[in-house]
Design a protein around this ligand. Sequence first.
Ligand SMILES: Nc1nc2c(c(=O)[nH]1)N[C@H]1C(S)=C(S)[C@@H](COP(=O)(O)O)O[C@H]1N2
Ligand SMILES: [Mo]
Length: 402
Amino acid sequence: MSAHDRPSGSYNRRTFLRGTAATAAGLWLAGSGRHGWGKEEDDADLAQTLHVHTKSPMNAEPALDTLCESWITPLDQFYVRSHCKQVPQVDPGEFRITIEGLVEDRLELSLEQLQKEFRRETATATLTCAGNRRSRFEKKASGVQWSAGAVGNARWTGVRLSTLLKKAGLKDEAKHVWFESVDRIHDGNTLFPFGGSIPLDKAMDEDDGIPGALLAYEMNEKPLPPHHGFPVRGLVPGYIGARSVKWLGRIIVSNRPSNNHYMTHAYRLIQEDTEAAWKQAEPIGRYPINGAICEPAADAQLDAGTITVRGYALPSGGAGTTIKSVRVSADGGNTWTDADLKSPSQQFAWQLWQARLRVTDATDHLLMAATDSAGEELPQSVPWNLKGYLYNARDKVPVKVR
Ligand SMILES: Nc1nc2c(c(=O)[nH]1)N[C@H]1C(S)=C(S)[C@@H](COP(=O)(O)O)O[C@H]1N2
Ligand SMILES: [Mo]
């Protein structure tokens, strides 16, 4: 049943829901001095704290020195990566999410039901775009030329996906869980929603208290901001950002991976844009280890002597994996200095680090290496791919020393 053909008997309840949810959202909007969802005000706010690559769709990242100041990334420092030209405006009172497909009982839930009828769970997890650090490829890859700021760490609060799937009841053939957004993306003359899927095993993973996936309605204890998926988004710890679908509308349980454009013709590692190449490559799920030097900035002027180097390292996205070590070098990798790990060490979350490093007038770049507890390390180089995904080589920052 859609919002349009609901029997009139449910009118009072819907009006009531709209009232309470809108009041909650209204308080937040008033508190932040905003007047609407996804309007020009939000874009102007973002542009004050983020470097905007493109405005429509909104693609923006923070300055690296500010980014690595805080283990939990403040909302106004959190990168935005959207494919739709306009932020969908969802009335929180009208919002319904459906769980359908290979389930015993189709569910249709309001925001209020999600928030009141299911246990509230909070998970700290780092979200990273598969295109983070794309601009570092020597041969330019297509897409937004991200520096190393398409990554952020937040506390996500919502409902475990597994809880909803269990309530709906899974059929035997169920193997994958699809997420579909309410946004509509133009490509040539077709219009389609953003979407993606994860294997059912990941969705049902409840190890160590960290959910395999969350339907998040809060980010750092605030309602999700419009650009980050208000009112509800998927959040899949350990997977590339593209699988954490914003402005969530439908969840579909299936026996095969989603056939959404962003599963079949994006977020795969290909060398040339042919049907055969897309078919042959696998959709990217888990992200590999990554990391970057956030300070000093590229081309910084330094005095010879001991300097402070800071940055982040993200362990590969497997359960239980944490960063083991970070090292930096001022002489092209001949000698290395261990960095101090400065933040909590958690699976699915980045590690902030800092090192004191001697630079001389022979130093023309700084290098960073890292390893994680799953045995992954930042590679010396990354083979180019057409769409510029998963660049995770040792970071190399050019500097000038006097
Ligand atoms: N509906 C929808 N969900 C989406 C996207 C999008 O364009 N539309 N972008 C994805 C990508 S590629 C990334 S990296 C993350 C970015 O989330 P953020 O903008 O909250 O940082 O959202 C993902 N979810
Ligand atoms: Mo992304």
